[in-house]
Design a protein around this ligand. Structure first.
Ligand code: KET
Length: 402
């Protein structure tokens, strides 16, 4: 017998397994509405023109080497990431009370943030996750020994936000609990709190002394406006919270496989920032030693060069407006074919995903009969839609809801 013959067989990852199933499907009209990765109108991955341009320059740069980065990553990348999320004029930056670590994309930022809190904040308090949330959140926090609980988030009656349930669950949470907040473009529902609702959420977090743990994987993708998408984070900083933000450059730079991300911490003062930074370095060193260079160098060059930054903003707008057009097209097709039900949520929701309201049995028919791939919770990645498949998808949905 092997030493490991009792290792339990783990089920395949929901989202990555869907991609594998889609790739294996030979049906000509198959549609991938699974993984949250942008596709152009031809259904192909899109290397942002600004990324292509910078990559060329990088490869041709004679001074380029493959030396280790510092443990906490490229300093100019970290500084640019902090400015991107907090705003270049943030008082927190001026008061030198912000610190950051370059991470293995957004997942790495969530993990490093969770690990740090489990060591230096508390292991006794739970972390509250929205119900539903990104499939990988629970395992990330459980892996570092944090207990996860849910706060109400999605209201199936109007496919909108259950703000009353959200607030009452936070009010019932033990003091000092950690609260995971999606900064914008909530995954999987596409439902974001309004500014007034964010103020009410901040009031409860303040009165209960909860810790805000922001996950921001779609800045610039939700509204197409980087500052608008960072509004909630900046509001909390303005209100004086100590908090952390996980940033991913997978979607808004199309650098999925390059694993470029950042963990940004906002503290009360520079002394705390220095202490936190020193422990982040110690944790990072023992886990990955230092982060991957290529993706961070691309992001670093774009964020620190005004012309390239402006081109990136254009590329971002191209992606977010194509997704918005697909929201309008899908809703129009569903209405045109008299699909039962109200479909306003398809255009009310924001960002990469739509939470359609389709149930698992209906999703199974879409997969098996129509070769349309989406997660069982009814989430569809809007970037998987194109002018050539949106009608087919709408007719297929019409079929399963009738
Ligand atoms: C909310 C959220 N946070 C972090 C990540 C991590 O992304 P990274 O590639 O580590 O920077 C993702 C990815 N979500 C999509 C892909 C995945 O599941 O990993 C998805 O939900 O399809 C998120 O949706």
């Amino acid at each position: 017998n092997s030493l490991f013959h009792e290792v339990p067989l783990a089920p395949p990852d929901v989202i990555f397994n869907l991609t594998a199933k889609y790739k294996a499907d030979t049906f000509a009209q198959k549609v991938n509405l699974g993984v949250g990765a942008y596709r152009d109108d031809a259904g192909k991955p899109w290397v942002l023109p600004v990324v292509k341009k910078v990559e060329q320059a990088l490869v041709n740069d004679p001074s380029r080497d493959h030396e280790y980065l510092p443990i906490l990553g490229l300093a100019t990348f970290r500084e640019a990431s902090i400015r991107l999320i907090l705003g270049a004029d943030s008082p927190a930056i001026k008061e030198n009370r912000v610190t950051a670590a370059q991470t293995i994309s957004g997942t790495g930022a969530n993990h490093l943030g969770a690990l740090f809190l489990s060591r230096f904040y508390s292991k006794e308090v739970p972390i509250y996750l929205s119900n539903p949330t990104w499939a990988n959140h629970k395992p990330i926090f459980n892996n570092v020994g944090l207990e996860t609980r849910n706060y109400a988030y999605f209201n199936p009656k109007d496919n909108g936000l259950d703000i009353d349930g959200f607030l009452s669950d936070l009010k019932a949470a033990p003091e000092r609990s950690i609260v995971l907040l999606h900064a914008c473009a909530h995954n999987p529902t596409g439902v974001d709190p309004t500014q007034d609702q964010w103020k009410a959420i901040a009031d409860v977090i303040e009165s209960k002394k909860l810790f805000p743990f922001f996950d921001c994987a779609y800045q610039g993708f939700a509204s197409g406006d980087l500052d608008r998408d960072a509004w909630a984070v900046r509001y909390f900083v303005e209100r004086g919270f100590e908090l952390l933000i996980c940033q991913s450059y997978a979607k808004n730079f199309g650098l999925y496989g390059q694993r470029a991300g950042c963990l940004t911490f906002v503290l009360k003062n520079s002394d705390a920032a220095a202490r936190v930074s020193s422990q982040l370095a110690k944790l990072q060193r023992s886990e990955i030693s230092n982060p991957p260079a290529h993706g961070a160098r691309i992001v670093d060059r774009v964020l620190n060069n005004p012309e390239l930054y402006a081109e990136w903003v254009e590329n971002l707008r191209e992606m977010s407006s194509r997704i918005k057009n697909m929201r309008d097209a899908l809703r129009d097709c569903l209405i045109k074919s008299n699909t039962p039900g109200n479909w306003d949520h398809i255009t009310n929701q924001i960002g990469m995903f739509s939470f359609t309201g389709l149930k698992a049995p209906q999703v199974a028919v879409l997969k098996e009969k129509f070769h349309i791939y989406l997660t069982d919770n009814g989430r569809i990645s809007m970037a998987g839609l194109s002018t050539s498949n949106v009608e087919y998808v709408a007719n297929s949905i019409n079929h399963v809801v009738n």
